[in-house]
Every structure is written in structure tokens, then in C-alpha cells.
Design a binder for this molecule. Structure first.
Ligand code: IYR
Length: 233
């Protein structure tokens, strides 16, 4: 097969073999009960900014990443890399670089409108969560892949694919009893340098993972009600 037609897939561009898919159908009553329970459990998820340094069960974090990696993706290209950072020195390096960027952002780079939007949440340029939390998951998007001939091959719907995967990651972490935060220092280019990622990867978010600190507080947010978010036709 010529490099032009070669694909990144294990099938080298050939169609996947069809596989029978016949999951047992869940009785309606059970669906209702599970959906209601899940709704309640997900409503308990909160973004946490104050972490305990206590260690977390590492395999639970890897399993959550494995859940995220089951996400659907454009052309099933799975355009994601999850870097699990445990090393305290690397977390310190990430914090120092993030705080440098965030200081510029909060000092005016964000602009008045953006700063006003953030004010109710009380965030600032100090990012203690990056060193307090025992683990960080740095999510990278693979904007393209490099074929065997070194040429760039496009990935499709990368933002959507990685966004869905991160949503699944947050759900998996929460349902495994772990707290997390989506942190998006901007610009994020330093993450690729600190973590020595290849040039086809672009940082998407930093996700500290751990337990809330003993004195953790979260804003007493209100969520939109169901009828504010659903339109049924
Ligand atoms: N990236 C900055 C600013 C920030 C932006 C949004 I939109 C938020 O919802 C929260 C923070 C930071 O991480 O502080």
C-alpha cells in the first residue's frame, strides 16, 4: 500500500470487520432507576480548587483515563494523549510556568469583560492545586499524525473528540470518588515543552486529581433547571 493511502489505523485503511453488537436490553424500570441515580450522583460533582496532598489509588486514575479513551472520535482516530504527572518536581515546574502566564492574564490580558465573568468564582493567578493535588492529568490533542513517510495526516473533529473524552474522564473520576478541576492556563504551549511532547500534540487542559482538602470550600452554585436546558419538540 502506498504511503498516500496508508492510514494510521491498525487495518491500514481497510474497513473494520463487522462485529455483532447485541447488548442485553435493560428493562425500562431499571433504566429509569439507574438514570435517576446517576443524575443524583452527577449533581454531586463539584469542581475542586483546594486539594489534600493525600495520595489517590493510582489505578483508579488510570482506569478513569481508560474510560475517557473509550470516547467516540472523528473517524475513530482517537486523537488524544493523557499525561499522568505524579512527580512533584514536574508538578512544581508546571505550576511555576502556569502562574507566570496566569499573572499576565489576570493583570489585564484577559480583558475587563472576561475578568468580570470570572469574578463570581473568585479565581486568581495563584494555582496551589497544581502542587497540592497528588496527580495531574495533562490532556493533549493530536492535531494530526505523522505517516511513515513523515508527512502530516489530518485528524478530524479533534476539539469535539477530545472534549467528549474529557467529559467522560471527569465523570469517571467523580464516580470513582475522586475530585478534579479543569484548569486551562493560557497560553498552554509551556506544557508541551515541560512534558517533552511531540509537535503534533497541543495541550488541551490540565486536570489536577485528588481529594478535597479538609477545609475545601466551593461556591454555592445554582445549576440551570432541566426545563431551562431541555427543549422537546
Ligand atoms: N485560565 C484561567 C482563567 C479562567 C478562565 C475561565 I472561562 C474559568 O472558568 C476559570 C478560570 C484560570 O485557570 O484561572
Amino acid at each position: 500500500m502506498s504511503p498516500d493511502t496508508q492510514q494510521w489505523t491498525p487495518t491500514h485503511g481497510q474497513p473494520y470487520r463487522p462485529a455483532a453488537y447485541r447488548p442485553a436490553r435493560m428493562p425500562g424500570q431499571e433504566s429509569l432507576a439507574r438514570a435517576a441515580e446517576l443524575r443524583e450522583r452527577m449533581d454531586e460533582r463539584r469542581t475542586v480548587r483546594h486539594f489534600s496532598p493525600d495520595p489517590v489509588p493510582e489505578q483508579a486514575v488510570r482506569d478513569a483515563i481508560a474510560c475517557a479513551a473509550t470516547a467516540p472520535s472523528g473517524a475513530h482516530q482517537q486523537p488524544w494523549t493523557f499525561v499522568l504527572v505524579k512527580d512533584p518536581e514536574v508538578r512544581q515546574q508546571i505550576r511555576a510556568a502556569a502562574e507566570q502566564e496566569e499573572a499576565l492574564s489576570y493583570d489585564g490580558r484577559l480583558g475587563d469583560e472576561w475578568l468580570a465573568a470570572l469574578r463570581p468564582l473568585g479565581t486568581d493567578a495563584v494555582k496551589t492545586h497544581l502542587t497540592d493535588a497528588p496527580a495531574l492529568i495533562v490532556v493533549f490533542q493530536q492535531r494530526y499524525w505523522l505517516g511513515p513517510d513523515g508527512a502530516k495526516r489530518k485528524h478530524y473533529y479533534v476539539d469535539e473528540s477530545v472534549g467528549i473524552a474529557v467529559g467522560m474522564l471527569l465523570s469517571a473520576l467523580h464516580l470513582s470518588g475522586l475530585a478534579a478541576l479543569i484548569h486551562t492556563p493560557s497560553p498552554m504551549r509551556f506544557l508541551g515543552h515541560v512534558l517533552s511532547r511531540p509537535e503534533n500534540e497541543k495541550a488541551f487542559a490540565v486536570i489536577p486529581v485528588g481529594y478535597p482538602s479538609d477545609d475545601c470550600e466551593v461556591p454555592d452554585l445554582l445549576r440551570k433547571s432541566l426545563d431551562q436546558v431541555i427543549v422537546e419538540v
